[in-house]
Design a protein. Structure first.
Length: 392
């Protein structure tokens, strides 16, 4: 038996304290993993964005519309292969008024060309193109709401109120799946011409944003600059960005919140370190006589310090591993699935990244070791005669 195995066996001398300490460590690690995963899932939108898509919006703010005639100008621009457009609708199902999902009025002919990672059966797509009141929904949204193909759905919009004589009622024409993480699975899409026909004259023929697919992904940023120059002489100027830059700018508004979450995740592990440090210090005080005995038997101060540090490291490792194990049912299958189904536009895919798991385990062990350094140093410095006077 060596010092490491002795330290491991010594963990269970006070089972209640050890179990509670491991549980506290596991909860701290699980919370750290959860927060880090949410930040990663939110910010990874820019990382998984399509390299050959350019988004053109109003130069002042995303919420201001563009004239629809701009779409043709974008389509004629050099380097643009195909372009589409959409409007935010802000619809909610009155039967599920607490559920949020993205609702968009889109161009029936080009939307699925630009977003070709959205897969829909050809017969469903054809049906949607022929039905002015048709809708296509993501598979995650359909599952959550219990919608089936052929079912009628009525939406309320806080931006574009229902006409009592002609409510926003749609028939589910098809359900799409995705092949990449660059789009979510919780959107509700209907035909833009249906949307445009229902607007008053002053609001017709405007689009929320334009998305184009370019021939050369490496030139996406340059093509965006060229598009903006086309509209610089118009009454309404634009801001065009590749999809990654657009997603990053969209996230900039909540950057302070993301930083705060990062800080909180670190504070949680620091609290765990303090809890471990207090537990180790209690154990050292209780075992001072034993450490004195070890010294009297010929063990060196470094052996005593190693014994204490190893015991803390084992607690940190076990707590980290338990927290990692819990992250799969709690984060991947619990919180993650909930966010994908209820906030798919912001959290399209939520899964614990491997680097977060590794970081959590390393920090759990590392902070446990740091927490034990002061008690270990104190125990190694105590005089043998003084230690042997204490009753174990």
């Amino acid at each position: 038996m060596n010092l490491a195995t002795l330290a491991a066996k010594n963990l269970w001398r006070n089972r209640v304290r050890t179990v509670l300490t491991i549980a506290a460590s596991a909860i701290a690690v699980l919370t750290f993993i959860t927060l880090r995963t949410l930040v990663f899932s939110w910010t990874s939108a820019s990382e998984v964005a399509a390299k050959d898509r350019v988004v053109t919006r109003h130069k002042v703010t995303f919420v201001m519309p563009l004239p629809k005639r701009y779409v043709e100008d974008v389509r004629q621009a050099k380097g643009v292969r195909v372009a589409t457009f959409a409007n935010w609708f802000g619809g909610k199902d009155p039967k599920h008024d607490q559920e949020f999902f993205g609702t968009f009025a889109v161009d029936r002919d080009t939307y699925f060309q630009v977003y070709d990672e959205m897969v829909i059966a050809p017969e469903d797509l054809a049906r949607w193109k022929e039905d002015k009141r048709g809708a296509i929904v993501g598979d995650a949204l359909a599952k959550k709401m219990g919608w089936k193909v052929g079912e009628k759905v009525t939406l309320d919009s806080g931006i574009f109120p229902n006409d009592p004589d002609n409510p926003w009622t749609f028939t589910i024409s098809g359900i799409y799946t995705t092949t990449k993480k660059s789009v979510d699975r919780s959107s509700f899409l209907f035909r833009w011409d249906t949307f445009n026909d229902a607007l008053p004259a002053a609001g017709k023929d405007q689009v929320g944003w334009i998305v184009s697919r370019v021939d050369d992904p490496s030139q996406a940023a340059n093509i965006g600059v060229a598009l903006d120059k086309v509209f610089d002489v118009q009454d309404t100027q634009t801001l065009s960005q590749d999809e990654a830059a657009f997603n990053s700018s969209f996230l900039a508004g909540i950057s302070a919140v993301l930083r705060a979450v990062d800080v909180i995740s670190g504070v949680i592990l620091v609290i765990m370190m303090l809890v471990l440090g207090n537990t180790v210090a209690m154990g050292v005080r209780e075992r001072t006589f034993e450490y004195g005995t070890l010294r009297a038997m010929g063990f060196q101060p470094g052996h005593v310090a190693f014994f204490i540090v190893a015991e803390a490291a084992f607690v940190g490792a076990i707590g980290g591993l338990v927290g990692m194990a819990l992250s799969y049912p709690v984060v991947d299958q619990g919180i993650g699935k909930f966010l994908e189904e209820n906030m798919g536009n912001f959290f399209a895919y939520v899964g614990v990244p491997r680097h977060v798991l590794v970081l959590a385990l390393v920090l759990s062990i590392g902070l446990a070791i740091v927490a034990s350094l002061v008690p270990a140093y104190s125990a190694s410095r105590i005089r043998v005669t003084e230690a042997l006077r204490r009753i174990a």
